[in-house]
Design a protein around this ligand. Structure first.
Ligand code: ADP
Ligand code: ZN
Length: 604
């Protein structure tokens, strides 16, 4: 179904039009009109016209001379000059002297055009406006308030999306399949007395397919899909949000059974707090939403799906039983999921037979569904750019880097020395990792600057998904983060800004080990920090005394320092390999995991 928008516009819009009309009229039309009436000529022309006896009547004012031709059809004007014999000559040329030429330039027409016409336009617009308003009032005579005439229709096309199009996310699909079944066959449920949850909360990081899943539910059940985004509710005019909620549910109830999808519900559903200057608008909207949800029976067929990536910030009133009481996690896809998503999107492109999606999925570790879709599309674009008709493995591999690290910067900005530093830095990371775990730590390292600002890019290896990490493994990770800087120190005796991201990561990890994973002796299993935002960056807030904080800070520093020293030790011990590998990377600008291991294991 198509979205129908009513042309409801604020009053100021119409006033603007009227003003504009007046302005245009006065600036353009009026001068045009008058200039077509009076022709300005130079004094020479005037004199020669006198000589040729071509003057009809003439009027001389203080500054101007107005005159007409013999037929009185055109009015001319010219400036007044010191001309003693002018009157005489005019008389001789047979001109009539008058004092009315200027005014005779159709004064009625002028008045008509400059006063009456704008008035007519103004009145006509007013009529049109009031007609429009009455029409809309008629349509919505039930509601009052600013948002009453907003007749937006929220039904949206699901674009034929089915569960098949959403790859991975099996658990989420399973949970939603029940809803589809209910919509198909409500009797089966009502017979037993079971009622469907009114609201389901799709929770997960951005780009994991929450919107897609909601559409797929409507698509599978073949019911209308109403959609609105939480941020749309919060509008400029107070009262709009609440009335929009009312509107939405009114329409939905008429079309039941149906799916109502509220994206970014956290925009309105944030915890209501007693902070000064709270957002009234948002609270009203939220209250209206709660009222609507309570207002209809569990079995009337309106199912509300809402999506959020910050579930912890939602108001408890929203998540209590009877409202959004079921939570469907939509997580980042695992290896298998990534492969499936790649394959789903590869259906839309022409890919070579031998493309190995498993490898691509492994390389794109941590990518969301949206990013994977993007990777496939980038690969197709790359194929077109290179005048090929099929997408190859290389296209896909390159586009992983493009999507995650940005495009290659064509005009290399790295100086020779910088390039050397970057090569050592990246090899430093990889070598520390390899010597701790005795396996290939990377898929590939490149030191081509990226538009994202990264000077090098390391594609980590991922052998399937790991859910538990030991303390030892975490420490090794920290050592690996410090490996880049350690290599710089060791080789150049100097440090650069290149390690800022490493520092951030290492610190985060070290902190988490102490405050959340209970991995320090002194604090045992005490939580010192809580995670605020699991899906967006994972901010944390401290939950301990200032004294403890000080101690945590000291322990974090100790932990990172120990690992940093360990990394320095490892690299110093294998200095020859570090040089050999770095030189290779410096010259070739790229090294694969296999090449890396081959050089590392080669007998010197
Ligand atoms: P969200 O609502 O979670 O932010 P969307 O549903 O809008 O994410 O997904 C954005 C795009 O990413 C989709 O249009 C689709 O192309 C792709 N995508 C995301 N997850 C998946 C998935 N599981 N399977 C297939 N495509 C996906
Ligand atoms: Zn680094």
């Amino acid at each position: 179904m198509k979205e129908v928008k009513s042309p409801r516009r604020p009053l100021i819009y119409y006033y603007g039009i009227v003003l504009l009309t007046l302005l245009i009229f006065n600036l353009i039309v009026a001068p045009l009109l008058s200039s077509s009436q009076i022709v300005e000529v130079d004094y020479g022309t005037f004199m020669s016209m006198i000589e040729n006896q071509e003057i009809g009547s003439v009027e001389i004012t203080d500054t101007q001379i107005y005159f007409t031709d013999t037929d009185d059809t055109v009015v001319y004007t010219t400036g007044l000059m010191q001309d003693a014999t002018l009157t005489e000559r005019l008389y001789e040329a047979g001109a009539t002297f008058t004092s009315e030429i200027e005014e005779t330039t159709s004064p009625i027409l002028t008045i008509l055009l400059s006063v009456v016409l704008p008035l007519v336009i103004f009145v006509a617009l007013g009529q049109y406006m009031s007609k429009k308003l009455t029409e809309q009032m008629g349509k919505n005579s039930m509601s009052f308030g600013m948002g009453k005439s907003n007749a937006k229709v929220y039904v949206e096309s699901t674009a034929g999306i089915r569960f098949d199009d959403v790859a991975g996310e099996e658990e989420a699909k399973e949970s939603l399949a029940e809803i589809v079944d209910y919509l198909h066959n409500p009797d089966k449920y009502t017979q037993v007395g079971a009622s469907m949850p009114k609201g389901l909360l799709l929770v997960g990081p951005p780009g994991t397919g929450k919107t897609m899943l909601a559409k797929a539910v409507a698509g599978e059940a073949n019911v209308p899909f109403f959609s609105i985004s939480g941020s749309e509710f919060v509008e400029m005019f107070v009262g709009m949000g609440a009335s929009k909620v009312r509107d939405l549910f009114k329409q939905a109830k008429e079309k039941a059974p149906c799916i109502v999808f509220i994206d970014e519900i956290d925009a309105i559903g944030k915890k209501r707090d007693s902070q000064l200057g709270g957002n009234d608008e948002r609270e009203q909207t939220l209250n209206q939403l709660l009222t609507e949800m309570d207002g209809f029976e569990g079995n009337n067929g309106v199912i509300i799906l809402a999506a959020t990536n910050r579930p912890e910030s939602l108001d408890p009133a929203l998540t209590r039983p009877g409202r959004f009481d079921r939570r469907v996690p939509v997580e980042l896809p695992d290896l298998q999921g990534r492969e499936a998503i790649l394959k789903v999107h590869a259906r839309k492109i022409k890919a070579a037979e031998d493309v190995d999606y498993h490898t691509i999925a492994r390389m794109a570790s941590g990518a969301s569904g949206a990013e994977l879709a993007n990777i496939v599309n980038e690969a197709a674009l790359r194929a077109v750019r290179n005048n090929r008709s099929v997408v190859t493995q290389a296209d896909l591999e390159e586009s992983i880097e493009v999507v995650i690290a940005g495009y290659q910067k064509k005009n290399a900005v790295l100086s020779d020395q910088e390039k050397k530093v970057v090569a050592y830095h990246e090899i430093g990371h990889a070598l520390v990792a390899a010597l701790q775990t005795h396996s290939a730590p990377v898929q590939k390292i490149t030191i081509i600057p990226r538009t994202s600002g990264a000077l090098g890019y390391t594609m980590q290896v991922e052998q399937g998904d790991k859910y538990l990490l030991t303390k030892q493994e975490l420490e090794n990770k920290i050592a690996t983060y410090t490996g880049g800087r350690a290599a710089e120190e060791l080789v150049f005796g100097e440090i650069t800004t290149g390690a800022s991201n490493d520092i951030e990561q290492a610190t985060k990890l070290a902190r988490a080990m102490i405050t959340r994973y209970g991995m320090s002796e002194d604090f045992d299993m005490v939580a010192l920090e809580t995670v605020n935002n699991q899906y967006l960056g994972g901010d944390t807030s401290l939950a301990c005394s200032a004294d403890t904080q000080k101690e945590i800070d000291r322990k974090v520093v100790d932990l990172v320092r120990t690992q940093h020293e360990k990394a320095l030790g490892i690299l110093a011990e294998h200095r020859e390999k570090l040089d050999e590998l770095s030189l290779y990377l410096y010259e070739k600008e790229t090294i694969t995991g296999e090449e890396f291991m081959e050089i590392l294991n080669r007998e010197a």
